[in-house]
Design a protein around this ligand. Structure first.
Ligand code: AMP
Length: 468
């Protein structure tokens, strides 16, 4: 029914700018790291909703001629990493419908934990689904709602869905955005000051999108809040009772860009803290600190400044690796990793290295990188991971494999060390992680490190996913 439960995505919404679709496209450009499989933009010129979505990268999809077909002062956009096989384009977003509540388009970052039950119920009531993405469920709930107004129907739909959602909706005369009551995924609000003195608004998963389009970051859409921007101005309302917050800590560990503000704090600052605390908790007798680029860079900087060991960029990343490459028929050992990363022999020869990365998932990448360092002359490799061991899959929108495939779910740290062939291995503690993001009020979700999920996972799909 649902191809895949784990969707990593980026969303954007623009209101009140003559070139809204262009700003949405530029924002998606800045959010490309949140999903590389497909991207789409819907715009509205007060009469029609125009949508263009394709498989591939933002830069390749949106040409001048494509953007010309997306007119109007309002737009939403989506970039997606997910799914396999033929259904992938069908599941690309935004989804757009013309229903009894008018023309609506939606884009979603997150994962609904009760999508299976809702879909079965809707199908019993005659709903026909085109895609296997849980986002389509939301549109059906809106269409089926007994509420007469769009905002009423949205409120109704939002109260029925559970799990993680940062949603952007486009209607004929307005943009509406909402964030789930736990606030799993980020959603920031910004202001666009135009030359003619008019004000527009922008919403995006991360503030790095605002920097590119000259939007000023105002604040976050609050958990459980719906913000509506239309001809009457901006209205903000709480659609659900207050719940404990469960902001995804992995956004700060890995997922977001370091130049973004996420959940109101600098991602770079969090990552440097992760590295600093890691250096305190797990020092190493070594000569240099080397990050796995790009994910380990900020943490390695923190580790280096705390430990006093020099920071060296001794692994170089090729940023132009596409999705397909032609491998020689005679196998080259560790080809995939070699294509992406290459060591600087000059910096590594005879050195004892602290290698810093953000996480070990299956362990295969770390093992290849450790080998690569040794082949380039490193005498010792001490692997340091800037978060605790990943032991549980995410059901709130981060792509993690099943528990069976998570190396830390099934092995001790010493067993993992042996597998990745490091001289020593240490992870940051849970306490260290919480301190690094200044989680004084217990507002973050750590389920991937603890297995304690902040919501009920009643959906059959969750059970299927864990046993897959
Ligand atoms: P693995 O070989 O499975 O241990 O992969 C670990 C690498 O994957 C690390 O270098 C991480 O930066 C990266 N990584 C961790 N989590 C994710 C994720 N959810 N999506 C994509 N890459 C990830």
């Amino acid at each position: 029914m649902f191809d895949k439960l784990h969707e990593e995505c980026g969303v954007v919404a623009i209101y009140g700018h003559p070139e809204a679709s262009k700003l949405a496209y530029l924002s998606l450009y800045a959010l490309q790291h949140r999903g590389q499989e497909s991207a789409g933009v819907s715009s509205c010129d007060h009469r029609h909703i125009h949508t263009h979505k394709e498989m591939g990268h933002v830069a390749d999809i949106f040409t001048t001629s494509v953007l010309k077909e997306l007119p109007g002062p309002m737009a939403i956009g989506h970039t997606r990493y997910s799914t396999t096989g033929d259904t992938a384009l069908l599941n690309a977003q935004p989804f757009s419908v013309d229903c009894n509540k008018g023309k609506i388009a939606v884009a979603h970052n997150g994962n609904l934990t009760n999508a299976v039950e809702l879909r079965q119920d809707l199908e019993r009531r005659g709903a026909i689904f085109q895609a296997s993405s849980d986002t389509e469920v939301i549109l059906h709930l809106v269409a089926h709602s007994a509420e007469r107004t769009l905002t009423g129907a949205l409120r109704d739909a939002l109260l029925q869905i559970e799990g993680a959602f940062s949603l952007v909706f486009l209607a004929e005369d307005r943009v509406i955005v909402a964030r789930d009551p736990h606030g799993f995924r980020p959603l920031a609000m910004g202001k666009l000051e135009m030359k003619d003195g008019k004000t527009g608004y922008a919403f995006a998963s991360e503030t790095c999108a605002f920097d590119l389009i000259d939007a000023v970051y105002l604040n976050d859409v609050q958990p459980g809040e719906m913000v509506c921007v239309g001809p009457e101005g901006v209205t903000r309302e709480r659609f659900a009772p207050e719940q404990p917050r469960s902001q995804c800590v992995f956004e700060h560990v890995y997922f977001s860009r370091p130049d973004s503000m996420v959940f109101g704090r600098s991602v770079h600052e969090s990552r440097e803290n992760l590295g600093r605390f890691l250096a305190r908790e797990a020092p190493a007798d070594a000569d240099i600190v080397v990050p796995v680029p790009d994910s380990g860079v900020a943490a390695a900087l923190g580790y280096s400044s705390e430990s006093g060991l020099p920071f060296r960029l001794a692994l170089i990343r090729n940023h132009y690796v596409g999705r397909t490459f032609i491998e020689p028929s005679q196998a080259i050992r560790d080809f995939g990793v070699k294509l992406k990363l290459n060591p600087v022999r000059h910096l590594l020869e005879d050195k004892r290295v602290v290698l810093v990365d953000d996480s070990i998932v299956r362990g295969t990448t770390s093992r290849k990188i450790v080998r690569m360092m040794r082949n380039a002359g490193a005498r010792e490799v001490h692997l340091r991971i800037s978060c605790p061991p990943t032991i549980s899959p995410c059901f709130y929108g981060v792509d993690t494999p099943t528990r069976n495939e998570l190396i830390a779910a099934n092995n001790s740290i010493e067993e993992i060390r042996r597998y990745v062939e490091a001289d020593s291995l240490a992870y940051l503690s849970l306490k260290g992680l919480a301190r690094a993001v200044k989680d004084d009020k217990s507002e973050y979700c750590y389920a991937c490190y603890t297995g304690d999920y902040p919501t009920d996972l009643v959906s059959v799909a969750q059970l299927l996913a864990t046993s897959r």
